[in-house]
Design a protein around this ligand. Structure first.
Ligand code: PNW
Length: 485
């Protein structure tokens, strides 16, 4: 056991030594950490807050692996001043956090604003700014007002106006001080991967219909919020609005033309489905064609993929000031036989198969350490979307212990930061910041408190939710200070 530890340490030391230290982060490159409301705040019903789908669903036995919930979480609803001091100690430029919709509008609808909830974010924003930290605000990080479940959640267009009203209120309340906004966090995870977690009645509908409906409405809601900012706030507030999309890198498993096409197909379904409308106005052609073709064979009178009208396409175009990228995993993708026509599903529309190379370094949860996947993602974004400004809005390393001696997290960060430097200097990608997920250990959705991403350890057994910096916090701070990995 001991010798494994020693070998491990030598191995990590070798990786670290092999990473060149030739580059400095450019002056305008920024660093930050991120959290989301349900994952850290707690105070689930404090001071008039309404119920979100996560407040309700976590009460179902078996829903979360360890039976836990975010009722108290890191108790940031009460400990926000301490949070800001933790951020200040890291010396980061910004802090990315999300607003809880039902703290502001307990019923989700834009009447009956809840002043204590509004003030919570006023206080947090003011405290951040007073400490020289820019607030970057995500409007929606999965904690849907529960009342919307009865309306059909994201499956109905009703959601678009509900979100637009909420977004306008947030711009109006906080936009004098918040200059960077993210409308949605990871629509793909919400609509495709974890839709069963999101409080949406989907047992009646084949996934291959509702996943596209959900995505469609979310894109429209993003566009609507962006245009509201343009028309009503931009001139006065001079902020910037983006969207955060997650990208698991798809690398062709071989040089064969079939595998190269398969990998690109996957990228277009997983990332292009959301990015293409926002950048160019419409869905990627390969997605349009494949879903239309399979829908026809399945006997649908029209494609399961909803259509943007020409006017909508024009309105969609260019609705981003920057693209937010969340990156965790990479895969090798192979071409496969076409999945036989049967139950409609996005996975069958995508086709292809994917696997990881067993030789890649493991993380301590899902996923592998593959920093070249981040670099390739960045290069692909530059090429595919006309060199957008990119903010890495999440990247981080999961473990199960929460150890303070988190050398493997340090090694991960070092490798991914180095990949970012390569993308900047060798590939000339316009990437402007790196956000470590997460500031502190927190409620990891369906995994509860069993998976930890924090630079700070949180003691969930203590009523105080005591925070302790891990070794990685010191490492991140040193990178920010020296501007080198
Ligand atoms: C993100 N994937 O979710 C979320 O934005 C965070 O709230 C979450 O805590 C964090 O990642 C860590 O899991 C993801 O399958 C979920 O690649 C799944 C994937 C990526 C991100």
């Amino acid at each position: 056991m001991k010798s494994v530890g020693v070998v491990g340490i030598i191995f990590l030391a070798l990786i670290r030594a092999s990473i060149s230290n030739q580059w400095e982060f450019p002056d305008d490159f920024q660093f930050g950490t991120a959290t989301s409301a349900y994952q850290v705040e707690g105070g689930w019903n404090a001071d008039g807050k309404g119920v979100s789908v996560w407040d309700r669903l976590t009460q179902t036995p078996g829903f979360v692996t360890d039976g836990s919930n975010g009722t108290v979480a890191c108790d940031s609803y009460h400990k926000w001043e301490e949070d800001v001091q933790m951020i200040k100690n890291l010396n980061t430029d910004y802090y990315r956090f999300s607003l809880s919709w039902t703290r502001i509008f307990p019923n989700g609808f834009a009447n009956g604003i809840n002043q204590p909830g509004v003030d919570y974010y006023n206080n947090l924003i003011d405290e951040l700014i007073a400490n020289g930290i820019e607030p970057i605000v995500t409007l929606f990080h999965w904690d849907t007002p529960d009342i919307f479940s009865a309306l059909g959640g994201f499956y109905t267009p009703t959601f678009i106006d509900l979100f637009a009203n909420y977004a306008r209120t947030a711009f109006d309340l906080y936009g004098d001080r918040v200059k960077r906004w993210i409308t949605f966090n990871e629509p793909k995870v919400l609509c495709q991967d974890y839709s069963e977690f999101m409080g949406m009645i989907n047992e009646y509908y084949p996934n291959g219909i509702i996943e596209y409906l959900c995505s469609h409405h979310m894109i429209k809601a993003h566009v609507k919020a962006f245009r509201i900012y343009d028309l009503e706030f931009r001139l006065r507030q001079r902020g910037r609005v983006g969207i955060t999309l997650n990208f698991e890198w798809s690398e062709p498993a071989s040089d064969s033309p079939e595998d190269v096409v398969a990998a690109e197909q996957r990228r277009q379904f997983e990332f292009g489905l959301y990015a293409n409308p926002v950048v160019y106005g419409n869905y990627p052609q390969i997605v349009i064609d494949r879903v239309a073709e399979r829908s026809k064979l399945e006997g649908f009178p029209q494609s399961r993929l909803p259509k943007f009208s020409l006017l909508e396409q024009i309105n969609n175009r260019g609705t981003y000031d920057f693209l937010g990228l969340n990156h965790y995993n990479s895969w090798l993708v192979k071409a496969t036989e076409e999945v036989p026509i049967g139950k409609p599903s996005v996975q069958n529309d995508i086709g292809t198969s994917r696997h990881v190379d067993p030789g890649w370094e493991d993380t301590e949860w899902d996923g592998k350490v593959a920093p070249w996947g981040l670099r390739n993602s960045l290069i692909w974004l530059k090429k595919t979307y006309r060199d957008p400004e990119i903010l890495i809005t999440e990247c981080g390393y999961p473990d199960k212990t929460g150890t303070l001696e988190d050398d493997r997290r340090i090694s991960f960060l070092q490798q991914y930061l180095n990949a970012t430097l390569q993308a900047i200097y060798e590939d000339k990608v316009n990437v402007k910041g790196f956000t470590a997920w997460s500031l502190m250990d927190n409620f990891e959705w369906g995994q509860g408190y069993t998976v930890k991403f924090g630079l700070y350890f949180v003691d969930f057994n203590s009523p105080d939710r005591t925070r302790t910096p891990k070794k990685s916090a010191e490492y991140f701070r040193s990178v920010i200070e020296s501007r080198r990995v």
